[in-house]
Write a protein that binds this ligand. Structure first.
Ligand code: COI
Length: 354
């Protein structure tokens, strides 16, 4: 692969060098690309398995104008994070789950996935190569973005003859900067996914169509958009980049992953943690009307972690929810991040040392 190293400058980079850390203003991290030093690249011809893969300098690469990803959106991505713990380790949260999800997505989009072992090993190698960019404990995480894309040339609609498995990273802080909860608006016009489509896998094609809704919502002062199901327009499904939960009494409910909703790894982990502390967790259709009576609403995702929702607007009606110290979402956020940051013992076996 021809590579040209990207000589990129970022306002987040400082001028003073440090041996252990890259020159980043760690307190100012949001969720925007801060290019790191290296990326991982492996290739696979259709019908074969992936090459060993190598760590190369991070940068632009050559791609056929006729590539499957460019023409027909044949691509999947994943997102996971590496954390630096107080005792100096660098850890990953459930990378095997991302590897598995990529396999499911590859089947749906007709690509050869890397093996589970290759995926996890490649993530570790990429993090190790970029270890200076893993933020200090408590200052954020190194976001890891694995891609599986059709890079071979394909003119007729078909699977590309060659796939690339690529991993790059960026240090990140919070996805939404505001420390208060999200203000969501229900989108009554656009749908994110439909039955039989690709909403249940992490296809690149699921994300650009939500941008219009998100931009419209932001221009009206909302933080993000809540999508409804395409079949009836009566049930809540997913926020643009994350899963959603509601709380009423002792019952935490979240829409089921029956093909239109992304099976989030944070979603699954939070369901387990909520059960551990005595809540009943139901995966079922959640009607938009239930938002009127919910006590809490919160979102989960790798980028989002666990984020309280302060208000949801349905047509012109704004409903307010409990947020803050006493909210369940705050408690779950703390339980999860304490495991991720190595503050408490990981009794689940979720964390993997790099
Ligand atoms: C993640 O949480 O990793 C996501 O996939 C969200 C991303 C689209 C920003």
């Amino acid at each position: 692969m021809a590579l040209s190293v990207l000589l990129s400058s970022s306002p987040l980079l400082t001028s003073k060098a440090d041996e252990k850390y890259a020159n980043v203003k760690w307190d100012e991290l949001g969720f925007a690309l801060v290019p790191t030093d290296y990326m991982y690249v492996a290739k696979c011809k259709q019908g074969e398995s992936f090459s060993k893969g190598e760590i190369v300098p991070y940068g632009d690469f050559l791609i056929s104008p006729c590539a499957g990803i460019l023409n027909y959106g044949q691509g999947l991505f994943e997102g996971l994070k590496a954390y630096r713990t107080e005792d100096g380790r660098i850890t990953l949260f459930r990378p095997d789950q991302n590897a598995l999800r990529m396999q499911t997505g590859a089947d749906r989009t007709c690509m050869t996935p890397p093996s589970l072992d290759q995926f996890v090993e490649a993530v570790k190698q990429t993090v190790l190569a970029n270890n200076k960019w893993v933020p200090p404990p408590g200052k954020g995480a190194l976001y890891i973005r694995p891609l599986l894309i059709g890079t071979g040339a394909v003119l007729g609609v078909a699977s590309a003859p060659e796939y690339t498995f690529l991993i790059y990273t960026s240090p990140v802080g919070n996805y939404h900067k505001a420390s208060s909860g999200l203000n969501l608006i229900v989108d009554h016009k656009h749908r994110r996914a439909h039955s039989g489509g690709t909403g249940g896998v992490k296809s690149c094609t699921n994300y650009s169509p939500v941008v219009k809704s998100v931009m419209e919502a932001r221009s009206s002062g909302f933080s993000d958009v809540l999508f409804l199901d395409a079949a009836t327009g009566k049930n809540i499904e997913e926020v643009s980049t994350c899963n959603i939960f509601i709380l009423k009494g002792n019952i935490v409910s979240t829409p089921p992953t029956s093909g239109t909703i992304l099976p989030g790894i944070t979603r699954k982990s939070i369901s387990e943690l909520a059960r551990d502390i005595g809540y009943q967790v139901q995966e079922r259709d959640v009607s938009v009307d239930e938002l009127l009576e919910a006590e809490e609403v919160f979102c989960t995702g790798t980028a989002m972690v666990v984020k309280a929702v302060e208000t949801v607007t349905i047509h012109d009606k704004k409903i307010k929810y409990k947020t803050g110290e006493k909210a369940l979402s705050t408690k779950l956020h703390l339980i999860l991040t304490n495991i991720q940051m190595g503050v408490v013992e990981d009794k689940k076996g979720w964390m993997v040392v790099v």
